[in-house]
Design a protein around this ligand. Structure first.
Ligand SMILES: [Zn+2]
Length: 286
């Protein structure tokens, strides 16, 4: 499937997709590129291919074979690696649990807010750690009131509609540490707070993208009703995999339509590109 390469070299891409092999394995011409970063290795190689006339870098979030649990993913290396091959817009498809009865399995939601309930993850590049070139990131407080790219969200919703998939426009994703699923009490709490879906990987992916000036859009596929709402036996991993598998083909179609419809890199003027206007970062973005 892939032509192996040992380093990034001159490899380039405009758009990054953080998701499993179900999104790229059937592409005809895929180049595998290994990228190292100051933060260590990303989850896997980048897989570069062309979709809808755009150059796309696919990164299996959990590594091929799905060996990395959400709390062990090197999120900083993942986003850094994507940016270092030229990516400026990132699509983050992921599986989530629905916190409302109307968001049953098969619902596609494009969130506009997130809540962080993770516990152990490094969630910034601005931590004063020197980089290999000797530069030291300054203390920078990134504006994050709107965590997702408005342009990417619009594009995703339109693409879903074009495939007769009535995606939910907006909602709050609460991100938990995992890898276990929620208790019923936690699930009731998350729902009572008015949040929409629960996931395990949406944070710190979105903030790290923002810190690197990347556009980030989440496409959240509901695979289960979290903790079975008030009835049922609760979420099982088997159920999640089954529903994701049933929907991966149409999610891929929507993703590829989004890829084709995203603005060109140098035409972006969204809030993501202005996140650090007026700040001295202290280091060069990759
Ligand atoms: Zn943006």
């Amino acid at each position: 499937m892939a032509n192996a390469e040992t380093s990034a070299g001159a490899a380039t891409a405009d758009i990054g997709v953080i998701g499993g092999s179900g999104f790229y394995s059937f592409l005809e011409d895929v180049t595998e590129v290994r990228v190292d970063t100051p933060y260590g290795s990303p989850s896997d190689s980048l897989f570069l291919g062309e979709v809808a006339g755009r150059k796309v870098a696919f990164l299996p979030r959990h590594g091929r074979g799905h060996h990395l649990p959400p709390h062990r993913i090197n999120y900083r290396a993942n986003l850094w690696a994507l940016r270092s091959v030229g990516v400026r817009q990132v699509l983050g498809p992921c599986a989530v649990g629905g916190l409302r009865p109307e968001y049953g399995p098969g619902t596609l939601l494009v969130p506009d807010q997130l809540v962080d309930r993770t516990k152990t993850r490094v969630q910034t590049y601005f931590d004063g750690e020197p980089l290999p070139d000797g530069s030291v990131p300054n203390v920078v407080h990134t504006t994050f009131a709107d965590p997702y790219c408005p342009e990417g969200r619009r594009t995703a919703l339109k693409a879903a509609r074009g495939r007769d998939w009535a995606a939910v426009d907006g909602g709050t994703m609460v991100v938990v540490e995992g890898p276990r699923f929620s208790t019923r009490a936690e699930s009731r709490w998350h729902a009572a707070a008015g949040w929409s879906v629960v996931g395990m990987t949406g944070h710190p992916e979105a903030i790290l993208a923002r810190e690197l000036g990347l556009c980030y859009t989440s496409l959240s596929l509901v695979t289960d009703l979290d903790a079975g709402a008030e009835t049922g036996d609760g979420v099982s991993h088997t159920e999640v995999l089954k529903v994701f598998g049933e929907n991966v083909a149409r999610l891929r179609e929507v993703l590829f339509d989004v890829v084709g419809a995203l603005p060109a890199t140098d035409e972006r003027d969204c809030l993501c590109t202005h996140a650090h206007d007026g700040w001295d970062l202290g280091f060069e973005l990759p």
